[in-house]
Design a binder for this molecule. Structure first.
Ligand code: FAD
Ligand code: NAD
Length: 479
């Protein structure tokens, strides 16, 4: 006899644990199955995001930023600090502690919400039956009225760069270096390449990023991407675009990476290489032949706009389905599905998923880029505000970057907001809220922002759309 639940969630990453907790809040008898084993081989909740993704990378980004800021910039503010040193094993240990606090926090939240947890692997069969195999090999059959698949994603591996234990690693390996490699090669100058490249560059590595595309950071607005490339170059990161990696060769403790670019065949030697060329949906050993769940041509579980798969009562959310591979996108999908199961009618607004790159400066955006608006053939106005003109940025000794607001020319409705600068990750939330309420640039301009704040940059950029910004010279001033 199978143990029966209202909802079974497979995978306790951000998408899955949000789905489970919201289901339980709504009075549904909920179970979650999670197979992750943490560093000491202990079961761990939170998925990629908490264990080897968002949280550990941000812990390292913050530590490395504070190190560089203390060493190189506090002097500008009259604070004398001598002999600044970094103890990388201590940085890694603190990162691990943050991860462990959060993953056990998720376990506590599941428990306090009454979610039944199963630690091991789930396989989905027809009729929403789930075969559960515990870590000790014991098995149990579960069944539910609704199943939510949230099995996430794993790093893409490429044939020229097979991973090794120590020298050629993926993002997970790059969170645990105990010394900064002298020369670090990063394959892929996407979000992970830039974030983890920044971490190790700040801790002293000479970082070379080999990126296949000719374009730098194509999802971002071009003006912002240009500014970002300039800042990363200043920081010493060597970003080589249009490079095709053809192979790797290990001799002793050195990796030679061969690649071709517009000038022909080249090679570089590194002490370590990080492969960061994207992630792919993870569905291995998940679906029995009769599950009724289908995939799209890229291996994502096929779902409609409410995350329902082709199998009745089976939903899928997070990285394992189409859309950006971002924790907050998965969380909102998890909540939407739980509420739909409970009879409510929420939807996820896929047009307003914010993106953030947590480098320094941070890069954040929501909505359409100027290039996308132009390609759509819409008439538009742009307002930009350089952070160099912000009083708070000057007081903070951090004036790099800009805020850009794009609005429809006829209606003034905000179409996109693009920010590069300190705290862009926090400021972008204001833009998301404004756009969620279909605000015009004028609405933002009429809103009172506290002074002095970096957010005033968004206020001024919104005012600049109609030429009313106060702290910049306006060329298109209107009455
Ligand atoms: P996951 O977090 O991958 O969780 C899936 C879970 O399902 C895993 O715990 C897995 O063990 C479990 N599972 C899989 N199959 C089974 C099975 N058959 N039975 C039982 N359990 C199973 N996103 C952001 O939004 N912001 C960031 O700053 C950010 N930084 C990142 C940094 C790095 C280095 C990386 C790698 C990713 C980062 N991401 C970030 C992406 C983010 O981690 C993912 O988008 C997010 O974790 C996806 O959530 P998910 O719940 O869909 O899947
Ligand atoms: P990505 O898609 O952001 O970047 C991968 C880069 O590798 C791309 O620029 C691509 O052109 C390049 N590339 C692909 N194949 C290559 C090859 N053979 N040689 C050289 N370059 C190659 O992927 P990622 O950086 O691996 O991150 C994976 C996912 O994790 C992303 O989709 C992202 O959404 C998520 N993530 C998010 C954050 C965040 O929100 N701050 C941080 C890290 C990861």
């Amino acid at each position: 006899m199978a143990t029966k639940f209202d909802v079974i969630v497979i995978g306790a990453g951000p998408a899955g644990y949000h789905a489970a907790i919201r289901s339980a809040q709504l009075g549904l008898n909920t179970a979650i199955v999670e197979k992750w084993l943490g560093k000491e081989g202990k079961p761990a909740y939170g998925g990629t995001c908490l264990n080897v993704g968002c949280i550990p990378s941000k812990a390292l980004l913050e530590a490395s930023h504070k190190y560089v800021d203390t060493r190189d910039h506090l002097g500008d503010m009259g604070i004398e600090v001598k002999g600044v040193k970094v103890d990388i094993p201590a940085v890694i240990a603190r990162k691990d502690q943050v991860v462990s606090n959060l993953t056990s926090g998720v376990a506590g939240l599941l428990k306090s919400n009454g979610v039944t947890t199963f630690e091991g692997t789930a396989k989905l069969h027809a009729g929403r039956e789930v075969a559960f195999t515990a870590h000790d090999g014991s098995t149990e059959n579960l069944v539910a009225d609704n199943v939510i698949v949230a099995t996430g994603s794993v790093p893409v591996e490429i044939p020229p760069c097979p991973l090794t234990d120590e020298l050629i690693v993926d993002s997970t390996g790059a969170l645990d270096f105990l010394t900064a490699p002298k020369r670090l090669g990063v394959i892929g100058a996407g979000i992970i390449g830039l974030e983890l490249g920044s971490v190790w560059s700040r801790f002293g590595s000479e970082v070379v990023l080999l990126e296949a595309l000719e374009d730098f950071l194509p999802p971002a607005d071009k003006q912002v991407a240009r500014e970002a490339a300039k800042q990363f170059k200043k920081q010493g990161m060597d970003i080589r675009l249009g490079t095709r990696v053809t192979g790797t060769d290990i001799k002793g403790k050195q990796v030679t990476v061969t690649y071709t670019d517009s000038e022909g065949d080249k090679s570089e030697q590194f002490d370590k290489v990080i492969v960061a060329v994207g992630r792919r949906p993870y569905t291995e050993e998940l679906l029995a032949a009769d599950s009724g769940v289908t995939m799209d041509e890229r291996g994502f579980i096929y779902v409609n706009e409410t995350c329902l798969t082709d199998a009745p009562g089976v939903y899928a959310v997070g990285d394992v389905v189409r859309g950006p591979m971002l924790a907050h996108k998965g969380m909102e999908e998890g909540i939407m599905v739980a509420e739909r199961i409970a009879g409510q009618m929420p939807l996820v607004n896929y047009d307003l998923v914010p993106s953030v790159v947590y480098t320094h400066p941070e890069i954040a955006w929501v909505g359409m880029t100027e290039q996308e608006v132009k390609a759509a053939g819409d008439e538009y106005e742009v307002g930009t505000f350089p952070m160099a003109a912000s009083g708070r940025a000057m007081a903070n000794n951090d004036t790099v970057g800009l805020v850009k607001v794009i609005a429809d020319k006829a209606t003034d409705r905000i179409l996109g907001v693009h920010i590069i600068g300190n705290q862009a990750s926090e400021m972008i939330a204001e833009a998301v809220i404004a756009m969620e309420f279909e605000s015009s640039a004028e609405d933002l301009g009429l809103t009172m922002f506290a002074h002095p704040t970096l957010s005033e940059g968004l206020h001024e950029a919104a005012l600049a759309v109609s030429g009313h910004a106060i702290h910049i010279a306006n060329r298109k001033r209107k009455k």
